[in-house]
Design a protein around this ligand. Structure first.
Ligand code: BEZ
Length: 245
């Protein structure tokens, strides 16, 4: 496994000189806004270079404990069943776990038979948990053998846009993952913020002081002040409704 990070740069743009002792002790913990490192792993679709594979897409990268386990089975089944929405959002999915490729391939076959949906996305093998370690997926207090359920949403510029961590015995909501990708795309396309519990036909929030003309031009309708600090707008514009439902 190789991982490539950008060399840190000083204020004048030249590479920073980091003392050896610091290099040995510092540990990168991925944060929202970081560029995701390039790495190469073996996967159920063959050798996979993460940046090349992602190639202009949004990505859900998710760790899960192991093949042939019940909660993981339901998570992969749900991603499989939501293929049309991933495609509508221009998003790919990549799983990561410690199980061998042979185990994962056989397990995918079981899931496909059970759910009647093809596993259209690759899942990678992380033999010693080395990639998981770099990405902060190994939480020894939760489990010493398996990675937790950690998900990254990464944009086409390879920037981390969302991180969430779930314990081993609690399955993630793929619906929530898709909701966040859609909300992030809406944010990038219009500058709108999305309210708590936002679903795709709900009004969105204008969290800046743009003029009403600009609001109408972007959203096709006028905004409404609900509170002095809460301004919302409805939009029926189909450009902002990428999902299939
Ligand atoms: C699971 O259900 O996915 C699971 C169960 C036991 C250990 C790890 C994962």
């Amino acid at each position: 496994m190789t991982m490539q990070f950008f060399a840190p740069r000083g204020a004048d743009g030249s590479p920073m000189r980091i003392p050896q002792s610091f290099r040995r002790t510092v540990k990168w913990l991925p944060q929202i806004g970081d560029i995701f490192p390039r790495f190469v792993v073996d996967s159920t679709h063959g050798l996979l270079d993460f940046w090349d594979w992602a190639d202009g897409h949004w990505v859900l990268l998710f760790s899960h404990p192991a093949a042939n386990t019940p909660v993981c089975t339901t998570e992969l089944g749900s991603i499989a069943a939501n293929r049309a929405d991933f495609e509508a959002l221009g998003a790919k999915a990549l799983g990561l776990t410690v199980s061998s490729i042979d185990e994962q391939v056989a397990w995918h076959k079981d899931i496909e038979d059970f759910y009647g949906e093809p596993i259209w996305f690759p899942t990678a093998h992380d033999p010693e948990g080395a990639v998981s370690e770099v990405l902060g997926m190994n939480h020894a207090k939760e489990h010493t053998e398996w990675p937790i359920r950690k998900s990254f949403i990464i944009d086409p510029q390879m920037r981390i846009r969302m991180i969430f961590e779930y314990p081993i015995f609690i399955g993630r909501s793929i619906e929530e993952t898709l909701r966040v990708i859609e909300a992030l795309q809406l944010r990038d396309n219009t500058g709108a913020a999305t309210p708590g519990d936002w679903l795709d036909d709900d009004p969105v929030i204008i969290a800046d002081d743009r003029c009403e003309l600009e609001v109408v031009r972007t959203f096709g309708s006028v905004s409404k002040m609900l509170l002095p600090y809460l301004r919302v707008v409805r939009t029926d514009d189909k450009r902002f409704r990428m999902r299939t439902r």
